[in-house]
Design a protein around this ligand. Sequence first.
Ligand code: TXA
Ligand code: MG
Length: 313
Amino acid sequence: MRTTITTSYKTAAEHISNGQIVAFPTETVYGLGANAFDGAAVKKIFTAKGRPSDNPLIVHVADIGQIASVVSSMPRYAEKLIEEFFPGPLTLVLPKNKKISSLVTAGLTSVGIRIPNHLIAKKFLKECSVPVAAPSANISGSPSPTTWQAVKSDLNGRIPCILKGNPSQIGVESTVVDCTGNTPVILRAGGVTLEQLRKIIPSTRLQKRQQTISKSPGVKYRHYSPMAYVFIVSNMTETVPLKSSAYIGLHNNEKNQFGLKKICRTEAEYARSLFHFFRECDKKDIETIYCESVSEDGIGLAIMDRIRKASYQ
Ligand code: TXA
Ligand code: MG
């Protein structure tokens, strides 16, 4: 299959109307979309990514008015979260509307919904005029793509169209919040922080680890992994083999001459750079990546989640 790479959101939306799949930019990571009402189109996403069929997809819409076609009901606290954080890096899990293909939700009765805060994504979604189901646009298991070039390197020849945009500004995926119970529960840390959510709904809590899998099947799979071994370090004192190792963190590690090194000025820059760095390491055949741990507040919670998952063998 030939992959068209375009800057035209109209060309991209035509693919959706024709039952095809399209990669598109968002502020978190690039997504791989299909018409959420069209089961045959949604199936193509799972095939292109090699994604297990029990891992549900997030449905993306252009504006708040479109949410009613995706969900069947909503608690008051979810309305408040929507008012505050949509559009943005937040996905709310709500009871699903019948029209949404059960392939999207992997047979669950709930559906994840999000409005990206990204100009091209919004124009594209508006032009599609249907909700667009989309996971991250990477081969299953590899780091999520934060550039169109990363999408191309994973999916060239496997999908018909990539809508080009700038590098994703946030760099880690949306926060997934279960809104099917009495209070919001975070299933996956991401771009909107626990502290921000608690300012609006103080009872918001984190899902306990062992319960997360039954609530959000996707989290059990190996994720975000580069080819290299990933180690989490707090204070690197040992000396490591030079060229084949890499380091990313907030503090400079003067002792070692790494093959690749990224010193981030802020946690936000760390989040934005992480997946791109993993991919750069793979290109350079780095064997071991040392990631500096950060405190688990603010966006640090999402950073630690991603580097932990990347470090599982
Ligand atoms: O930022 C993002 O969320 C990106 C962009 C493209 O929007 N998308 C993304 O999708 O990261 P994906 O498929 O890579 O991750 C979706 C996560 C999975 O962990 C999945 O289990 C969870 O959301 N999820 C989706 N629908 C769900 C549902 N109905 N109930 C529980 N978890 C759900
Ligand atoms: Mg993903």
